[in-house]
Design a protein around this ligand. Structure first.
Ligand SMILES: Nc1ncnc2c1ncn2[C@@H]1O[C@H](COP(=O)(O)OP(=O)(O)O)[C@@H](O)[C@H]1O
Ligand SMILES: [Mg+2]
Length: 225
């Protein structure tokens, strides 16, 4: 079996609070294989964002291990991790976090700057793939919510990452726009053989992903159909 693109074992995370430690993840195991699209379902507060931040190397676990390919994530210095994340992972969040002073094309090209490969032509090609070629020079404030999220998706694809991690990527959109954004994300991943791990509380949206998991009481289990 090839090495999974992303995996974690016995992953734990607890937070210190004034009322004492709160344990959010209590031993999460997960493997995401090349080309696989998975969804992690769970109600608000179940730990989905906590898990995604850990998997992206944006937070450190209280216990257990995370691997990108065959390499452990959290024993590396932050700058090495940031560069590797920029190359290997496309991140999409509920809020697109676009820079308001840059136009859509310049926002899409940001990950290229991080790895020293800005490529304006690629930004335009990606905007075309998400149906926004005609908005390339628009500022974020003049775009709709759905358009902004498609710019964020194009940005996530800029360095051609083998893995996309998405945290409620449709959570800020209305129902119809959410569905088309979800379908675009899955299609662009599948076309290029990319893996996707997305977390969402929207059960209706994720019927057609490869595997669905449920995060409950700090643990992950495969969802029954
Ligand atoms: N930095 C933190 N300090 C204390 N508690 C936190 C912190 N981050 C998250 N939590 C708690 O962890 C739980 C899960 O949060 P989160 O991962 O955001 O859930 P979800 O994304 O599923 O809504 C919540 O009870 C939240 O209050
Ligand atoms: Mg969340």
């Amino acid at each position: 079996m090839p090495v999974p693109v992303l995996s974690c074992f016995g992953l734990r995370r607890s937070f210190a609070t004034p009322a004492g430690p709160v344990s959010v993840l209590e031993g999460v195991d997960l493997e995401v294989r090349a080309g696989e699209v998975i969804a992690i379902l769970g109600p608000s507060g179940s730990g989905k964002t906590t898990l995604l931040h850990l998997l992206a190397g944006l937070d450190r676990p209280s216990g257990g291990e995370i691997r990108w390919g065959d390499r452990t994530v959290h024993d590396r210095p932050p700058h090495a991790l940031a560069r590797e994340r920029a190359r290997g992972i496309g991140l999409v969040f509920q809020d697109p976090h676009l820079l308001s002073d840059l136009d859509a094309a310049a926002n899409v090209a940001i990950p290229g700057r991080i790895v020293g490969r800005p490529d304006p032509a690629r930004a335009l090609a990606l905007l075309d793939r998400v149906g926004l070629a005609h908005r390339a020079h628009a500022r974020p404030a003049t775009l709709s919510g759905g358009e902004r999220q498609r710019v964020a998706l194009a940005r996530a694809l800029f360095n051609d990452p083998p893995l996309i991690l998405a945290d409620e990527p449709t959570g800020s959109l209305d129902r119809v726009t959410a569905r088309s954004m979800f379908e675009l994300l899955v299609r662009l991943a599948k076309d290029a053989g990319r893996s996707v791990a997305m977390v969402t509380h929207d059960e209706g949206l994720v019927r057609q992903v490869d595997v669905r998991y449920r995060l409950e009481r700090g643990r992950l289990r495969r969802a029954e159909d």
